[in-house]
Design a protein around this ligand. Sequence first.
Ligand code: AMP
Length: 414
Amino acid sequence: MNVLVINAGSSSLKYQLFDMQTEAILAKGMCDRIGIDGHLKHKPEANDKPIFNESIPLPTHAEAINVVIEKLTSQEYGVISSLSEINAIGHRVVNGGRKFSESVLINQEVIDAIEACARLAPLHNPANLMGINACQKLMPGVPQIAVFDTAFHHTIPEYAHVYPIPYKYLEENDIRRYGFHGTSHKYVSSLAIDYLGGKVEGSKIISCHLGNGASLAAIKDGKSIDTTMGVTPLEGVPMGTRSGSIDPALVDIISSIEGNISVKETMDILNKKSGILGVSCFSPDFRDVETAAGFNIENGHRVEGAPVNEKCKLALDIFCYQVAKFIGSYIVAMGGVDAIIFTAGVGENSPYARFGIISNLGGIGISMEEPKNRFRGLGEFVDITGNDSSAKVLVIPTDEELVIARDTVDIVKG
Ligand code: AMP
């Protein structure tokens, strides 16, 4: 069975075509600048056909899907001979609200419900729906499955997901902690449980998905019991451009400092100009910031004689401290921890960030073996636990697309 996985954003659309017999990727790529001018990068993986990497008009999401299908089936760049070889489509949907606790087959009722959740994720859900609508138009009859970022966190107990604000916002407006990166947390934590001997009952895992967006999850008995992101992906640890958790009164304070700008404009500052970018005044990208702070991004070590940009160093210190603080709180929440997982762009690639975070946990007996940590992007599972550490420290590459493809197969096969 071939499954096409679609991750549609407001002006981009990422895709991967899987052969689910072997779970091999046949092709993958990304449409960019949809509705602006358009660009496609398409990479066949199943054969040695060339990469397509060119500007191409993409006025709408439907046009983008059309171009993707054309490339997947073309003589020059293709990996399948016709559209009929796409057996099912799995869509990433960011917020499933209170309704969806697992992946579902898409029908009109599901589309309406995703639309209804759009006010909780105004940047993401409408874009996800554009991807779904475009596929329905071009491939009617091919089963489509929605896989929600929020679903894995439905098991978070009330005391951890209800905000201490007037109850009517939960009751009437569905305002609660939803959490995101659910497919990633689910995937890496299940690999960690396998590694620890496969006993789900009693397992205590902390998964740190640290990328441009970052969140941690406390996973007890294989279930999410708490996570750092909230009703939106702004809450939690500082991120590339997002502030993470701050005093909510800052919304009012920043607005008045900036001359009574609107709430929306203030939120833009917290979403797009804060976090690592905000403090470093330099870049949202950890590679740039680590380099400017005088560290070697290959091994995390200080480069002899390199100048130190103090704001970049401070941004990194804040990030490592906040991540470690949440790890500490999740150890309390679970009554211990068996393994801490690092995943996503920063977690998989930054020896500096891993070291900086784990160094903050020495007081509670968690350590890592520094020489084993000196790598970036191996694309494989690496155990970097220190000799005397009370919990495993693991680097596990995430694969959200594979989780979406697997869920799609499970639902199609019933
Ligand atoms: P993601 O959102 O998971 O794709 O993660 C993207 C982020 O990973 C980038 O913005 C970088 O900050 C970070 N990253 C990738 N490679 C490295 C590296 N070698 N060292 C530090 N950070 C990295």
